[in-house]
Write a protein that binds this ligand. Structure first.
Ligand code: FES
Length: 109
């Protein structure tokens, strides 16, 4: 598994998202609860960006119809979405302003 260096930790707003595209894979990097998560940046219900939704705890809510997804597993927590969204392992290395975020693209959407 090769992790790809994406950005500085400080590039991701606390309690929010940074949308990036890595090797043609759209990702929402989410910083919340003292952790960073990487989730495929398309809702499984329709083709809209999850990164434009709201983050609450370890959940992200799709802005279009309101399904929430668990950032740890990608599982939908509320309707209308019923299909999980891929999530990817995140590695945070370094400290303070030097901290970097890497993601391993292990699963294909
Ligand atoms: S498009 Fe996301 S819940 Fe419908």
């Amino acid at each position: 598994m090769t992790a790809i260096d994406i950005c500085a930790l400080g590039d991701i707003p606390e309690g929010g998202c940074l949308a990036v595209t890595i090797e043609e894979t759209p990702l929402a990097l989410v910083r919340t609860e003292g952790e960073v998560f990487a989730i495929f940046d398309r809702c499984s219900h329709a083709d809209v960006a999850l990164s434009e939704g709201d983050v609450t705890g370890c959940e992200i809510e799709c802005w279009l119809h309101g399904s929430s997804f668990d950032l740890r597993t990608g599982e939908p927590l509320s309707l209308p979405a019923t299909v999980p969204v891929p999530v990817y392992p995140v590695i945070v290395s370094g400290d303070g302003e030097a901290a970097r975020v890497s993601v391993a693209l292990t699963s294909a959407p």
